[in-house]
Design a protein around this ligand. Structure first.
Ligand code: ADP
Ligand code: TRP
Length: 323
């Protein structure tokens, strides 16, 4: 099955991203035909600064490769390297009406927060539909916030196929409804917008600072503690097997446990779990030639998949196929 998703990099990856979205991608990579790209054209609507734009794209590429995206298994590219998608965006814009676009949550949310309502922000869902439809994706894993955009992509595909003749596969959404939310160090949902994250590619010192700041209750050393109410327990559990989780829960319930000691253990666990990924990231960072090669090959592969669809669209639109 052809599975496709785009990552709009907007900051450092945290444990919440890793234990949901990234793990899912890695499992798709080993089972299905995965298409993955860094959605830097979409990020243009958020980041105006040239340097930040470049750094975010570069970081996303390095992060994903370091975490195990394997360019021999997955078609991996940067969105702007395949400008055919923007041509397809134009064709698809004929298959959606403006009143539908004005209902997009992302557009409404962003403009409500004072962001200028540019046409790019308005057309954002059409570019996303083009990303998906251009590759005839069958399944699209995304977070809950992208659900409506995916419905737009399906509507656009159906309307285009009906108006101009069959071209596109109708993609199925794969929304992460069930994934457990990872709490942040303050107990709220871990999110870069809340400043409560543990970022595993940060320096050891920064990771330590975050782990040591995880909230805990005021139970004294000699009191029993409730693991089900503990943020520290919830985060630590991410790294444990079922049996080890039970053992840790027992330790919480037995008087004598010091939160400080558990935090130190958790820090060790995090550093151990991400040690190889951190080393890999450093070596990729020091080998830009290799990364450039990977991206050039991803771009060529992506183009080879998009070309037949683009031909077919032009053919169905008639006058684009005269000579
Ligand atoms: P953030 O909230 O930090 O801005 P994003 O919105 O960029 O994160 O999310 C990227 C992906 O990571 C999405 O698939 C989202 O569902 C997942 N994700 C983000 N935060 C968490 C969390 N705390 N727990 C589980 N999954 C998360
Ligand atoms: N809009 C998506 C997000 O912000 C990223 C994205 C762009 C995407 N194009 C896509 C996701 C195509 C899935 C498929 O998360």
């Amino acid at each position: 099955m052809r599975v496709l998703t785009g990552i709009q990099s907007s900051g450092k990856l945290h444990l919440g991203n890793y234990f949901s979205a990234i793990q899912k991608m890695l499992s798709y990579q080993s089972k299905e035909n995965l298409f993955l790209f860094v959605a830097n054209l979409h990020s243009l609507t958020t980041f105006k600064d040239k340097k930040i734009q470049w750094e975010n794209t570069r970081n996303a590429v390095l992060d994903l490769l370091a975490l195990g995206i394997d360019p021999n298994k997955t078609v991996f590219w940067i969105q702007s390297d395949v400008p055919e998608v923007t041509e397809i965006t134009w064709y698809l814009s004929m298959a959606i009406i403006t009143s539908q676009l004005s209902l997009a949550h992302s557009f409404k949310d962003k403009t409500a927060r004072g962001i200028t309502p540019t046409a790019a922000l308005y057309n954002y869902p059409i570019l996303m539909a083009a990303d998906i439809l251009a590759f005839q994706a069958e399944k699209v894993p995304v977070g809950k916030d992208q659900k409506q955009h995916l419905e737009f992509a399906r509507d656009i595909a159906i309307r285009f196929n009906t108006t101009y003749g069959e071209v596109f596969t109708i993609p199925e959404p794969d929304i992460e409804e069930g994934t457990a939310l990872v709490p942040g160090i303050d107990g709220a949902k871990m999110s870069k917008s809340y400043g409560n994250t543990i970022n595993f590619f940060d320096s050891e010192k920064e990771i330590k600072k975050a782990v040591m700041s995880i909230v805990s209750d005021s139970a004294g050393i000699d009191e029993a503690k409730d693991p089900d109410k503990s943020v520290l327990y919830a985060i630590y559990s991410l790294f444990l097997s079922k049996d080890d989780k039970l053992l840790l829960a027992d330790r919480f319930r037995t008087p004598g446990l010091r939160y400080g000691d558990v935090k130190k253990e958790l820090l060790e666990k995090i550093l151990e779990h991400f040690a190889d990924f951190r080393t890999k990231r450093l070596s990729l960072q020091n080998d830009p030639d290799y990364v450039r090669e990977v991206l050039a090959s991803g771009k060529a592969k992506a183009k080879s998949y998009i070309d037949p669809t683009l031909e077919k669209i032009r053919e169905n639109l008639g006058e684009l196929k005269f000579f």
